[in-house]
Write a protein that binds this ligand. Sequence first.
Ligand SMILES: C[S@@+](CC[C@H](N)C(=O)[O-])C[C@H]1O[C@@H](n2cnc3c(N)ncnc32)[C@H](O)[C@@H]1O
Length: 277
Amino acid sequence: MTVLEVLNAASEYLRKKEVESPRLNAEHLLAHVLGKKNRIDLYLEFERPLGEGERAPLRELIRRRSEGIPLQHLLGTVDFLGNIFATDARALIPRPETEQLVEIVIAAGPFEKIADIGTGSGVIAGSLALKFPHAAVTACDISPAALDLARENAERHKTTELITFCESDLVGSLAGPFDAIVANLPYIPQGEMASLSREVRHDPDLALDGGPDGLDLIRRLAGEAASKLAPGGLLALEFGHGQAGQVFEILSSHNFRDISRRRDYQNIERFLTARHG
Ligand SMILES: C[S@@+](CC[C@H](N)C(=O)[O-])C[C@H]1O[C@@H](n2cnc3c(N)ncnc32)[C@H](O)[C@@H]1O
């Protein structure tokens, strides 16, 4: 079978197994098996015959993908703002929306002292350290496993010297003041956890579960962040669909000003920035 025939067969199989974007998934997985940096490189080789040595590992990956293992866990990496980060079951798979959160913070910078609360795989802290190499970045998480992954990503990007990693319940163990605090905390309402897609259920519960209305952690952070922010310091948050109004109210009640609600590329209100004091 040629590259094109294998791709067609793999996409059809994934489609029958109700995997979203079956063709894209098949292309990513075949590019991974063939060691291609970019799936588009496959387009130059559509007529190339594939031997069993290449088809067997692809079959295995397609089988696991059809069982709901996320594509990113099979590839082991994600591209986040043009940098490659490792991703696995130790932390949330970074989402494309979060790239926008980082872009918002970058546009408001530069900053000297930044904290990323709930760093997960470390994509926010890592991207900000790469963008602001003169800043002191603190990355904290309550999950030691996530922090291990974030440290590995810092080694990958040679930002270990720029980032202080800290196991902490929100900002509890951190020494401020920071001129920017960024957080993409869990925000799924508990009652919705059971109906998440099979792919999302591969993310740790600790990265998703935001309590009864999804806002437990954001509510707590709004209260605690004030004591760790320099006067006029920036708080930048990501949250879920339909939560912008409540997050606005929470921040208003904690002496934040210049509160600005921002939409993601799907036109969903997804981020909020505010200044303290
Ligand atoms: C939605 S994930 C975001 C991960 C990463 N920042 C990203 O955007 O891809 C939320 C993260 O917050 C962490 N977390 C949950 N509760 C926490 C707490 N009380 N204090 C600190 N981190 C917490 C989770 O372990 C998880 O890594």
